[in-house]
Design a protein around this ligand. Structure first.
Ligand code: PEP
Ligand code: MN
Length: 332
């Protein structure tokens, strides 16, 4: 249930109302906007008389909502959330471009790529140190050494880092990392989500390969329920019967999620399509659809990449995509 409070209500009236709700056994999520305050009631609201509530002087309106995600819900929090990643903002009109290799492979590779993507307009650096691979025989990442190399690349460029964490037990290794990515395969690793919720760090939460949008939002809710509102969602394609593309890019998820949630939405055309040639058109489509950012894989020499070479752009190709994104943004 949500209650919109009139702008004329005083602080003490709102406080009294919150106290009354809490006595009824429901938790209250207070969201103060520029023009009104919205109270989100979480828990069993069946005992609350909606007509009685609507009749109160300070209430603008009351609505019962059945969505199981509360904190992520735009109805509770009409204004866009802005997440700050090491000084780079995303959401609420702030657009971020996360670029870099699938995997961190060497100091030279990550520093060179970081410099190139920064020069071409990227605002955040990506690179996997811990890699979730389908085969246990494939390159698993440089692990802790990879995290150290990412920090060197940040020192060289100033770009804050986005990198994947695979388990709650790794959290202590990520203290100096700006944004923790939860990969598609871990979207429902609830223990990890809860630990990230307690950490308070910005989280880039990727949609699972067979996850519905509601499931993605419920995973965001796990993080937010622990008090961490710094969640960014990522559409990275879902599994369908199609085989020409690695996954099927669910472009409509971008505007749909924007209606459902106030959290920023990033599109990842690299994993969504698996094909370097499709990154430019799908990046442009994502921006036109309202994405708050993009995550794009870039490698100095894609044919030699230790993972995801087929979908990685060269720095020159990334520059071209970056210019196309800027043109779409200007047109909007
Ligand atoms: C990645 O970003 O390199 C990655 C493994 O992505 P996803 O979890 O979306 O497959
Ligand atoms: Mn990858």
């Amino acid at each position: 249930m949500i209650a919109v409070i009139k702008s004329t209500a005083t602080e003490s009236q709102i406080k009294n109302l919150i106290g009354w709700f809490e006595k009824q056994g429901v938790r209250v999520n207070e969201s103060k906007g520029e023009f009104c305050t919205v109270l989100g009631l979480i828990g069993d609201t069946t005992g609350i008389d909606i007509d009685l509530l609507s009749g109160l002087d300070i209430i603008e309106n009351v609505t019962r909502i059945s969505d199981p995600f509360k904190k992520a819900n735009r109805k509770f929090h009409p204004e866009d959330t802005i997440v700050d990643i090491g000084g780079v903002k995303i959401g609420g009109g702030n657009f971020a471009v996360i670029a870099g290799p699938c995997s961190v492979e060497s100091e030279e590779q990550i520093v060179e790529t970081a410099k190139a993507v920064k020069a071409a307009g990227a605002t955040l650096l990506r690179g996997g140190a811990f890699k979730p691979r389908t085969s246990p025989y494939d390159f698993q990442g440089l692990k802790e050494e990879g995290l150290k190399l990412l920090i060197k690349a940040r020192e060289a460029t100033g770009l804050p880092i986005v990198t994947e964490i695979m388990g709650a037990d790794q959290l202590h290794l990520f203290e100096d990392i700006d944004c923790l990515q939860v990969g598609a395969r871990n979207m429902q690793n609830f223990e990890l989500l809860k630990a990230l919720g307690k950490s308070g760090k910005p989280v880039l939460l990727k949609r699972g390969i067979a996850a519905t949008m509601k499931e993605l939002l419920m995973s965001a809710e796990y993080i937010m329920a622990e008090g961490n509102e710094n969640v960014i969602l990522c559409e990275r394609g879902i599994r369908t019967y199609e085989t020409y593309t690695r996954n099927t890019f669910d472009l409509s998820a971008i505007p749909m999620l924007k209606e459902l949630t106030h959290l920023p939405i990033v599109a990842d055309p690299s994993h969504a399509t698996g094909k370097a040639s499709l990154i430019k058109p799908m990046s442009m489509a994502s921006v036109a659809s309202g994405a708050d950012g993009l995550e794009i894989e870039v490698h100095p020499n894609p044919s030699k990449a230790l993972s995801d070479g087929a979908q990685s752009l060269t720095p020159a190709q990334f520059e071209d995509v970056s210019a196309a994104i800027a043109r779409i943004r200007a047109a909007l």
